[in-house]
Design a binder for this molecule. Structure first.
Ligand SMILES: Cc1ncc(COP(=O)(O)O)c(C=O)c1O
Length: 431
């Protein structure tokens, strides 16, 4: 077995720096449930869930055996050229958990891929060019997805010109309201702002779709007020604009429901999902109604690897575990307890300005004491490093990397959760 130093040196020689210089590059040999084990035998609690992917935990035995079974039968068959059971099974099960009658799916590989497909579907069926997106959103790194990504400028720098026809409106970030409102006086100026944009900048009849993350992920784990998404839905209905929810990070139980759209009671026309759908096998989907999908003719979009047979078998097993263990509901319950404890911690620390979340998708926003809500990326970074030293892996987000994402697997045990919270608490309160 390689030592960690050896593995890191070999990686740095051959992996592109755009990935290899990320943090912390833990040299992992194996993983199970909430835990990662390094090549040197050190154990870490993974409260990044492989970046919101391993909602049923790493290497869930039922997912492993479903994938093994499928490996023995068929690894790949280009969908359309052939058809196979695991993918059809998945497509038959998804409508049961989807918001609002999504019963047809275009299966793809990555999150970006699902976003691209959603944008293409919207443009194709409406015949309109425009896409309205929201500042702070992260939708992926391919050229279409990055054109609607504004969580940080580095994702777009030196890639211009990007896809045209994109219009941006401010996301409802209440802790840093773009309209300088306070929650007590708020009259959803963010929704008014979208209406104004559609009066002043671009005609609604030019807009194919609005695309939004129901809770900002990379942009800082920002939970909008309830009226925001409902307001967008109303505008879309009034003008024949399709509403796309990017639930690539919020999906599959994370927010306490199967999807955040159910948490907010707002139904999109198109749903883009990926990440946790198959517990780490690359799989994503554009989800819509048959009525909409039937207007996307053969050849208008396609894929070689999308809907891979092994990934689909893993997804069917993942959904079965989630359903049997009622993981969305558990995320709501366990997440509520974690949120309470983290809010109590914030009350004791002058460095935490805001704690927010839904289910087990929680963000802690770090600020500089005495400077009104000034983002404190340095402090968030220090806390993450201290946590790692104590065996807890956490990841950041937000414009200044001043927010810590707290996203353990939905299967996290009570004692693992307490252990993680204890480590985080000590790291925040350390002088
Ligand atoms: C909300 C959201 N959309 C899209 C993506 C892009 O997914 P991928 O990295 O699989 O292309 C991500 C990835 O982090 C995401 O969080």
């Amino acid at each position: 077995m390689n030592s960690s130093a050896d593995l890191l040196a070999r990686m740095k020689r051959h992996l592109a720096p755009s990935l290899a210089r990320d943090w912390p590059n833990l040299p992992v040999a194996e993983a199970r449930g909430s835990e990662l084990v390094t090549v040197d035998g050190q154990r870490y609690l993974d409260f990044t869930s492989g970046m919101a992917v391993t909602n049923v935990g790493h290497n869930h035995p039922e997912v492993v055996s479903a994938a093994r079974r499928q490996l023995g039968q068929l690894i790949h068959g280009a969908v359309g050229v052939v058809v196979f059971e695991s993918l059809v099974n998945l497509a038959e099960q998804l409508p049961g958990i989807m918001p609002g009658g999504k019963d047809m799916f275009f299966f793809a590989v990555s999150g970006s891929d699902a976003v691209e497909g959603s944008l293409k579907l919207a443009r194709h069926v409406t015949g309109r060019p425009g896409i309205l997106a929201f500042t702070g959103g992260f939708h992926g790194r391919t050229l279409g997805a990055v054109a609607i990504t504004t969580s940080k400028p580095k994702y777009r720098a030196r890639y211009e010109p990007l896809m045209s026809g994109v219009y941006l409106a401010p996301f409802a970030y209440c802790y840093r309201c773009p309209y300088y409102q306070e929650p007590a006086r708020c009259s959803l100026e963010c929704v008014e702002g979208v209406k104004r944009l559609l009066r002043q900048v671009v005609l609604p009849s030019e807009i194919a779709a609005m695309v939004v993350e129901p809770i900002l992920g990379e942009g800082g784990y920002v939970v909008p007020p309830h009226g925001f998404l409902a307001g967008l839905r109303e505008i879309c209905d009034e003008h024949g604009i399709l509403l796309i929810f990017d639930e690539i990070q919020t999906g599959f139980g994370r927010t306490g429901d199967w999807f955040a759209s159910q948490t907010f009671g707002v139904t999109p026309d198109i749903l883009a999902v990926a990440k946790s759908i198959a517990s780490g096998f690359p799989l994503s989907a554009v989800c819509a109604s048959r009525e909409l999908m039937d207007r996307w003719p053969p050849g208008a979009h396609g894929t070689t690897f999308g809907g891979n047979a092994v990934a689909a078998a893993a997804a069917v097993a993942t959904l079965a575990v989630m359903q049997r263990e009622r993981l969305p509901q558990r995320a709501g319950e366990v997440g509520g307890r974690a949120l309470q404890r983290l809010r109590a911690l914030a009350a004791r620390s002058e460095f935490i300005g805001d704690v927010r979340g839904a289910g087990l998708m929680i963000g802690l926003e770090f600020v500089e004491p005495g400077r009104d809500r000034h983002p404190n990326g340095a402090c968030a970074w220090k806390v993450r490093k201290r946590c790692l030293e104590q065996g807890l892996l956490l990841y950041g987000c937000g414009l200044e990397e001043h927010v810590i994402r707290f996203i353990p697997p939905l299967t996290v045990s009570e004692s693992e959760l307490d252990q993680g919270l204890d480590i985080l608490e000590r790291a925040v309160l350390a002088p």
